[in-house]
Design a protein around this ligand. Structure first.
Ligand SMILES: [Zn+2]
Length: 301
């Protein structure tokens, strides 16, 4: 049996797990990201974990990191929500310390890889993956492979949707993320309620929409128009067979799916959109599974 270490590096938790090539988890540990913020501590913790699972004879390590990565060199350009990790050659350093091959990619690509091989899109060759949360992450699987250049992800969240628009976390204006990101939905909802009712989580806007509250329904309607327009563009380019929705906001899938679909039908070119299915992500541990698959597929090359 070949085993790999998959690391799902998130803003709140870092999950590390030993998996086989079919995604079965043998050993898993969760760390608070805050405690591993220092590079030295991060590397030492990983080294200790690898030592503790020595009996599995790991073949390699895969890491899904929350930021902009040079995937060929395993070099971190920066992690937007984790300060102190600018321009850092993580792969080179970890390989020296751990004596194992290490592969690093953006977390959205790693999630897409897991869902494409073992989850919601395992039966298709072309799919678009969205992680709806604080921001909008995403990836494209084209002809069975992650679409990528030298720099990690398809930064789908930063496709502009308006000529001007709100300032985005990336420093530009009018990105799709400013229409569908968590923060913007909450802001819009508060505005619509004229401060007479607040929601502290997107989940509440979902529940209130389900109960028929007009302001909550408007939020999802606007969200769906923006997301549908954006997806129509993606469909026109990539002719996907599936669009897979993951991330916290995808819990509202039952509300926004029909609305998004209406917009796609109007906006996309019909031969390109023909047969495309909108589905929810399937895997529970996509982060660690995808990271392990990243190592497996790179070693197998
Ligand atoms: Zn942006």
């Amino acid at each position: 049996m070949k085993t790999f270490l998959g690391i799902d590096w998130g803003g709140t938790y870092i999950k590390a797990a030993v998996l086989d090539s079919k995604g079965k988890i043998y050993n898993k540990k969760v760390f608070a990201s805050e405690e591993l913020r220092e590079k030295k501590v991060f590397i030492r913790t990983l080294k200790n974990f690898v030592a503790s699972v020595q009996k599995f004879k790991l073949k390699g390590i895969g890491i899904g990191a929350p930021g902009i990565i040079n995937i060929r060199r395993g070099f971190i350009y920066y992690l937007p929500n984790i300060p102190g990790w600018k321009n850092f050659p993580l792969k080179t350093i970890l390989e020296k310390e751990l004596k194992l091959p290490v592969f690093i990619d953006n977390d959205a690509n790693v999630f897409a890889l897991a869902e494409a091989r073992l989850g919601a899109a395992k039966d298709v060759e072309r799919a678009i993956f969205l992680t709806l949360g604080t921001g909008l992450g995403g990836a494209v699987i084209f002809n069975g492979r992650i679409l990528e250049g030298e720099v990690s992800a398809s930064e789908v969240g930063h496709v502009p949707l308006s000529i001007d628009g709100k300032l985005c976390g990336c420093g530009a204006k009018g990105c799709i993320e400013t229409f569908v990101g968590n923060r913007y939905l909450l802001e819009r909802y508060t505005h619509l309620k004229s401060n007479k009712g607040k929601a502290s989580e997107v989940k509440e806007i979902f529940e209130r929409a389900q109960a028929g509250e007009p302001e909550a329904l408007i939020v999802w309607k606007e969200f769906s128009v923006a997301l549908g327009k954006f997806l129509a563009g993606m469909i026109n380019i990539f002719n996907p067979q599936k669009i897979v929705f993951g991330g916290g906001v995808s819990k509202a899938f039952s509300i926004f799916k029909p609305l998004v679909w209406q917009v796609i039908k109007k906006q996309a070119m019909w031969p390109q959109a023909k047969g495309v299915k909108l589905v929810r992500a399937k895997l529970k541990n996509a982060g660690v599974i995808g990271a392990a698959l990243l190592a497996k597929e790179n070693i197998g090359k």
